[in-house]
Design a protein around this ligand. Sequence first.
Ligand SMILES: Cc1cc2nc3c(=O)[nH]c(=O)nc-3n(C[C@H](O)[C@H](O)[C@H](O)COP(=O)(O)O)c2cc1C
Length: 209
Amino acid sequence: MEENNILRIAMSRRSTRRFSSEPIEVKDVLYAVQVALQAPSGANRQPWRFIIIFDPEIKRGVRHLCEEWERKFHESQSLPKWFKEWLEERNISWEKPFLEEAPALIIVLADKKAPYSRESTWLAIGYILLALEEKGLASLTYTPANPQVISRYLDVPLNYTLEAIIPVGRSGENKVKESRLGLEDTVCIDRWGNNLELSSFPLAGYTRV
Ligand SMILES: Cc1cc2nc3c(=O)[nH]c(=O)nc-3n(C[C@H](O)[C@H](O)[C@H](O)COP(=O)(O)O)c2cc1C
């Protein structure tokens, strides 16, 4: 196996909000979900369930409902100023064309009654994103403003929460990856405040890919 393979995949992944109309292989989407099924979960209850939407009419319905609530969210006076600016810089508005443009939408659900249901399901989401990237597919972690209305639209039973919608396809945009903190910014050794100094650790090599 190629050295630092997962790091390479993680570093090349970025969120995509514009998709091309190029078709994708269903087997690649199923591969990503299969990878997610290997994630750890509280008491191995595997609380995740998935609905993969290919039907353009259903995608349109999801988009319509999401945009209705996104509009309210974006127009809300209570959004912090920094967040409004952050959204503007990235051209993120209430409009969500990716919900129709992406050939597939993976709806990720979590069983409310399972222990650590959300934590486990979000781990599975992380696995999906990396697996899609490995297959050369672009994606986004989209958290709708009102997940309940989408659940109702898709006949999801009440004991499941809708955690995320992951549009999947080929990227239709050319964007630079958002910056990331480094190991030295985020890691302490033995106790808080004793910041990692890469020069003292052989691990340093892993920061170069
Ligand atoms: C929990 C979570 C919720 C997110 N919700 C949204 C969302 O609702 N809409 C959106 O456009 N991006 C959403 N994102 C994507 C983030 O904005 C994105 O991952 C972040 O800016 C880093 O950019 P990158 O993924 O390109 O590296 C979400 C990401 C996470 C992890």
